[in-house]
Write a protein that binds this ligand. Structure first.
Ligand code: ADP
Length: 394
């Protein structure tokens, strides 16, 4: 069975075509920096590797580009769109209604749309991906896997906010948690790799969006993002934790409209707001040339992660391993070094030489005497989604 996975991020689409249940990858690729004149399109099969820079205006144009690569008479992997049996879409916010992989119908699409105000960078892009895919792959079954699903185990004391109780009970205002497919995938890999029966893990997903999860015995116990994917760590363009009084001050005293504040906190803050760059590669390169704003932004980013590691070690009363994953977590040895520096009280000791090695497989980068293991685990949200879709169909 051929299952195509479409994973639309705020400014990227990652895709994989897998043969299930063997999990053989027929092709994979991504389009990064959507919305820019220099979007990077990559496509890889057993025989072909293409990377090109194009202007890709939006997610719609991105999906069209992917389809033409799949169908290409020389480099493509399918003859017709009918060759795709099912499509699995990653959708960021499923609210409390969807905690399992779900067949897409009108009701599901409406729910994704209605939840868009809570995930403005993602749910609209995810829905657009679904609508486009339904148009192009009109004979394939379409499924959705929600990022919120893995966090259904977070206890009430961690997910309810200290505001009047009816807002939780009647209006669904609570922390939902995100990047669930990734946190689930890498924590299961860590448990398998370390052969743990009982486990206390902290999974750190650092991409354009960043989040951190406390995972005890395979279950999400607490998570840095909350009601929407905006809380917690410093991200590419999102502020993460912020005192809500700042929002009132900006509106009441500085004259911002609420829409301006929303735009500012979601799209103009984080590393972009601090430095003018949102890609960590640019920020690291500037920092190495002495750009002070970039140096401070990197330190702020790592400092916030350290605080969450401390908090999550406390709530689990211990820690077996921390896991770095996603674009920054997997590739930035500098960010990992800044996070793990001066953590001897927590028994976290980084081996600098191992940290500098690059690899596309799971690796351990702690010293021999480090009680807490430090793992770099490449996330594979696409494989996790394919498994869930296959299991549902099978
Ligand atoms: P998304 O949240 O869109 O899925 P990714 O997980 O692909 O994001 O991460 C994208 C980010 O990873 C980029 O913005 C970039 O900052 C960072 N990144 C990718 N490669 C490197 C690298 N070699 N060094 C540092 N950062 C990197």
């Amino acid at each position: 069975m051929n299952i195509l996975i479409i994973n639309s991020g705020s400014s990227s689409i990652k895709y994989q075509l897998l043969e299930m249940p063997s999990a053989k990858i027929i092709c994979l690729g991504s389009i990064e920096r959507i919305g820019s004149k220099e979007a990077i399109s990559s496509y890889k099969t057993d025989h072909v590797k293409i990377e090109k820079i194009y202007e890709i205006k939006d997610h719609k144009a991105g999906l069209k580009r992917i389809t033409s690569l799949l169908l290409d008479s020389e480099k493509g992997v399918i003859k017709s769109t009918d060759d795709i049996d099912a499509i699995g879409h990653r959708v960021v916010h499923g609210g409390s209604s969807y905690t399992k992989t779900t067949l897409i119908n009108e009701e599901v699409k409406n729910k994704i749309k209605n939840l868009s105000p809570l995930a403005p960078l993602h749910n609209p892009a995810n829905l657009e991906g679904i609508l486009m895919a339904e148009e192009i792959f009109n004979t394939s079954k379409q499924f959705v896997v929600f990022d919120t699903a893995f966090h259904g185990t977070i206890p009430v004391k961690a997910k309810q906010y200290a505001i009047p109780g009816e807002l939780y009970k009647e209006k669904g205002i609570q922390a939902y948690g995100f990047h669930g497919t990734s946190h689930k995938y890498v924590s299961e890999k860590a448990i398998e790799y370390l052969k743990l029966k009982k486990s206390k893990l902290i999974s750190i997903h650092l991409g354009n969006g960043c989040s951190i999860t406390a995972i005890k015995d395979g279950k999400s116990l607490d998570h840095s993002m909350g009601f929407a994917p905006s809380n917690g760590l410093v991200m590419g363009t999102r502020s993460g934790d912020i005192d809500h009084s700042i929002i009132f001050y900006m509106v009441d005293t500085l004259g911002y409209s609420i829409d301006d504040v929303k735009e500012l906190l979601n799209k103009k803050s984080g590393m972009l707001g601090l430095t003018g760059y949102n890609d960590l590669r640019d920020i690291e390169s500037e920092a190495s040339k002495g750009n002070n704003e970039c140096i401070i932004a990197l330190e702020m980013n790592a400092y916030r992660i350290k605080k969450y590691i401390g908090a999550y070690t406390a709530i689990m009363n211990g820690l077996d391993a921390i896991i770095f994953t996603a674009g920054i977590g997997e590739n930035s040895s500098l960010m990992r070094q800044l996070v793990c520096k001066d953590m001897s009280y927590f028994n976290i000791h980084l081996d600098d030489a191992k940290n500098d090695l690059r690899s596309s497989t799971i690796r351990e980068i702690n010293t021999e005497n480090s009680k807490v293991k430090i793992l770099v685990i490449p996330t594979n949200e696409e494989l996790e989604i394919a498994k869930q879709v296959y299991n549902l169909i099978a």
